[in-house]
Design a protein. Structure first.
Length: 264
């Protein structure tokens, strides 16, 4: 009789653990998605959409699918950043602790759009929006956010390894001395390590600002490098224009057309 009772208790406890694990799993997935789509727009002043989230508590792995960060008002391109899929690994036990420990975040082949000039563009505008809407200690006072949302934003994080590889840059820019151009480039890999390893960790607003800052710098570096190459081509093509204006102009036009065909 006692043996049957003990078996019954064990079975009930196992069933309870399974139910709690499933409930926590679905709660986490929906909570992350809801947090991204509610707090994200308040921080950036642009639309932020996330198709789905999957977090495995047992495996300590997860993924984000279909993250799209829109553009500020006045810009014509459909979005600033689009991520098809991102993978992450975390310490499951840390979800219940003082600081969530994320061992790695890997973003492969995101699409980044740079629209505007080298000193005034959509990415820089989103950064300005972040600085405007987040204030207080570590940027956790978010304009328009509820106390519950601000509490979530202030949660301590640790990100041991953050990588972005094969990022595609679609640049619609106005370059000094060259004019308006559209360039398709591949950014250098972005690799950040040991973010928030100290006792204070790093907050979501701080992490967002840090990552966006690196993306914008990489985008500008790529475009500036390409602008230098274009400038050299233009200078070489325009030599001798004074002696043969018609032929020189045709040469410049043909040279630039050939160059941009190669960039596509």
């Amino acid at each position: 009789m006692i043996k049957k009772l003990l078996v019954g208790i064990v079975v009930a406890l196992v069933a309870l653990v399974i139910v709690v694990a499933l409930a926590l799993h679905f709660f986490l997935d929906s909570a992350v998605k809801r947090g991204v789509e509610t707090i994200g727009p308040k921080m950036t002043k642009v639309d932020v959409k996330l198709d789905g989230v999957h977090i495995s508590l047992l495996g300590g792995e997860g993924s984000l699918k279909g993250l799209v960060v829109g553009n500020p008002e006045g810009y014509k391109t459909p979005h600033a950043i689009s991520v098809g899929k991102a993978g992450l690994a975390l310490k499951p036990g840390s979800l219940l602790g003082d600081k969530i420990i994320i061992k790695s975040i890997n973003i492969e082949s995101p699409e980044i759009t740079l629209e505007g000039g080298l000193t005034d563009n959509n990415l820089k505008k989103i950064q300005a929006n972040l600085n405007e809407t987040t204030s207080g200690p570590r940027g956790t006072n978010i304009a328009g956010a509820t106390p519950k949302e601000e509490k979530k934003a202030s949660r301590k994080l640790e990100v041991d390894d953050f990588q972005i590889t094969n990022a595609k840059l679609d640049a619609h820019v106005t370059l000094p001395g060259i004019g308006s151009k559209t360039l398709t480039l591949t950014l250098k890999p972005i690799h950040l390590q040991n973010l928030g390893t100290g006792p204070e960790g790093i907050t979501a607003p701080e992490l967002t600002k840090q990552v966006l800052d690196v993306i914008e710098k990489q985008a500008l570096e790529a475009v500036t490098s390409e602008a230098g190459n274009l400038g050299n081509v233009v200078n070489s093509l325009t030599k001798g224009l004074g002696t043969n204006a018609s032929g020189g102009a045709n040469k410049v036009t043909k040279g630039l057309e050939d160059l941009f065909k190669k960039k596509k």
